[in-house]
Design a protein around this ligand. Structure first.
Ligand SMILES: [Zn+2]
Length: 457
C-alpha cells in the first residue's frame, strides 16, 4: 500500500513508526495506528473500483445509516415513515427532501440520534463558523473523526509527500510554534520531519519573514493567504528554496492562484475541498488539477436548480450525505457551495471527478437582468491599473458595488476610471462603485476570506 512509484519511477517508502522497542523493520505500529492502517489498506483498493461498484457499496452503507436514522433520529423517523429503507434504490434516495443549513441550525435537537451505538465512541458537539454569521452546530463521533484522519493521510500519500521534510502550517486555531513532527494523524503512522505552525491572522509581512526563517518543504494554508504570500514574495523577490508544494484548503481557489504560486516559488498547489460538518469532501487527483470525491466517506450529488443530477461540464449545488455519522446523520445536506462535474479521470480511480469548486451562492454577482455568475477578478486586473495590495468587493444593491482596498495612497480619479472599466468588463455590467480605502481587510469567521460577497444572494 505504501510503496508507490513517484513521477520519476522512484519508489517512496514512508517509514512506519514502530512502538515495539528494538523492532524497526518491518515496523509494528501502535494499536490506534493499526486501525488507521487497516482502513487505508481498504481504501487503497476501493479507490480503483469502477464508479458503479463504488455506488453499490455506498448504497449498502446508506441503508445501514437510514435504518439507524429512521429508528433513532426524530427528524428522519418522520421523513422515512412508511418507507422501506431496505429496498432503497437511487430513485427513492433522490426523492428524499434536501436538508438546508437553516434546517440544521433550527432543527439541531430533532436531528440528533437518541441512541448512538457504543462502538462509535465519544460524541462531540462542534460548531462551524457559518459564513452567513449564523453558526451551524453539529455532532461528530470518534468514528467520523477516524474517517477524517484516514482521508487526511490518504491526501499525503496521494501527493507522495516526503515525510522526512519540514511541514509549515499557517492556519486558524494554532499559535506560533515548532514541533518535532507533522502532528496527528500522519505522525501516528509514520516517522516525519519537524513541523512549524503560525496563526493565519498574523500580518502577511511577518508570515513571509517566518517562512523564510523556517524554510519548509511543504506549506499548508488558506488559498487567499497563500495568494497574499505569493504576491508579496514576487514583490520583494523572496524565494523559498526548499519549498516543494503548497497545500490549500477551506476556500475556493481563485483561477490565477496556481500561476501566481508557480511564478513566486516554482511549485504546484494541491487543493482540497472540505467542510467542518463532514471533513474531506474531495481531494485533488495526484495527476491532475481536478478533484476526486471521497466516496468511501460520503455520497456527493451535484444538482441543477431543478434538482436533477448535473452531467459532466455542468455546474450545480453540492449536496452531501455523510455515510458514517450515527450521532447526527446529514442526509442530502445542501452545503451552499457550487461545483462543476468532470468526466471520469484517466488516472484510473473510480472516485467521481469535480472539475472546479466555485464557492457559495453569496459569492455570485447578481446582474440587473437576473443573471448570476462568479466574477473573476485576478490580481493582474488590479495591478495593471494601481498598486492595490488587497481588495474586497461587496454587491450592496442591484446596480451597486462597494470596493474596499488596501494601498499606500488613495486611488487617483484616472485609476478609478480605469478600474471601473475593468470591473464592468469582468462583471458584464457597469456598476456604480463606492471606493473605500482601508488599512486592512480582516478575515471572516473561521478565518475565511472572500474577495466577493453579494448581499443580494
Ligand atoms: Zn484522477
Amino acid at each position: 500500500m505504501l510503496s508507490r512509484p513517484d513521477q520519476n519511477g522512484v519508489r517512496i517508502d514512508p517509514e512506519v513508526r514502530s512502538v515495539v522497542s528494538g523492532i524497526g523493520w518491518p515496523a509494528i505500529g501502535a494499536d490506534a495506528a493499526a486501525h488507521l492502517q487497516a482502513l487505508l489498506f481498504q481504501m487503497e483498493r476501493s479507490q480503483w473500483l469502477p464508479e458503479e461498484s463504488l455506488r453499490e457499496r455506498q448504497f449498502g452503507q446508506l441503508k445501514l445509516l437510514l435504518r439507524h436514522a429512521g429508528s433513532t433520529v426524530p427528524h428522519y423517523a418522520e421523513m422515512l415513515r412508511g418507507i422501506d429503507t431496505d429496498g432503497f434504490d437511487r430513485d427513492s434516495f433522490s426523492a428524499l427532501p434536501l436538508l438546508s443549513r437553516k434546517m440544521l441550525q433550527s432543527g439541531f435537537d430533532s436531528l440528533q440520534s437518541t441512541a448512538v451505538p457504543p462502538g462509535h465512541g465519544t460524541v462531540v458537539q462542534s460548531q462551524s463558523s457559518g459564513s452567513t454569521g449564523m453558526p451551524v452546530r453539529f455532532l461528530q463521533t470518534a468514528v467520523t473523526q477516524f474517517f477524517w484522519n484516514a482521508l487526511t493521510v490518504r491526501e499525503h500519500l496521494w501527493q507522495q509527500r516526503d515525510f522526512s521534510g519540514k511541514l509549515a502550517a499557517i492556519r486558524i486555531k494554532v499559535n506560533e510554534g515548532s514541533w518535532p513532527d507533522w502532528g496527528l494523524p500522519v505522525a501516528a503512522l509514520f516517522r516525519t520531519g519537524p513541523g512549524a505552525t503560525l496563526n493565519v491572522r498574523t500580518d502577511v509581512e511577518r508570515q513571509l519573514a517566518w517562512l523564510v526563517r523556517e524554510d519548509p518543504d511543504y506549506l499548508i494554508t488558506h488559498a487567499s493567504n497563500l495568494h497574499a504570500l505569493a504576491e508579496l514574495s514576487l514583490k520583494q523577490g523572496v524565494r523559498l528554496p526548499r519549498l516543494r508544494q503548497a497545500r490549500t484548503y477551506s476556500e475556493a481557489l481563485r483561477p490565477d492562484l496556481r500561476e501566481t504560486v508557480r511564478a513566486a516559488w516554482g511549485v504546484q498547489i494541491a487543493d482540497g475541498y472540505s467542510c467542518e460538518e463532514a471533513g474531506n469532501i474531495a481531494l485533488q487527483c495526484p495527476r491532475h488539477e481536478h478533484y476526486h470525491i471521497q466516496s468511501e466517506n460520503l455520497l456527493v450529488e451535484i444538482l441543477d436548480e431543478a434538482g436533477r443530477p448535473c452531467a459532466p461540464g455542468e455546474t450545480g449545488r453540492v449536496v452531501i450525505t455523510t455515510l458514517h455519522n450515527f450521532a447526527m446523520p446529514l442526509i442530502r445536506y445542501e452545503l451552499g457551495d457550487y461545483a462543476e462535474v468532470g468526466e471520469p479521470c484517466e488516472c484510473g480511480r473510480g472516485l467521481p471527478v469535480l472539475t472546479r469548486i466555485l464557492g457559495r451562492r453569496r459569492n455570485m454577482v447578481v446582474l440587473p437582468d437576473g443573471r448570476r455568475h462568479w466574477p473573476s477578478m485576478p490580481s493582474a486586473m488590479w495591478h495593471a491599473v494601481a498598486p492595490i495590495e488587497q481588495f474586497q468587493v461587496t454587491q450592496t444593491g442591484i446596480g451597486s458595488l462597494e470596493v474596499k482596498y488596501v494601498m499606500g495612497r488613495p486611488l487617483s480619479q484616472e485609476e478609478i476610471a480605469g478600474l471601473e472599466q475593468a470591473v464592468a468588463e469582468r462583471f458584464s455590467h457597469a456598476f456604480d462603485i463606492f471606493w473605500q480605502r482601508v488599512d486592512a481587510i480582516e478575515r471572516g469567521q473561521g478565518g475565511k476570506y472572500e474577495d466577493f460577497i453579494s448581499l443580494l444572494a
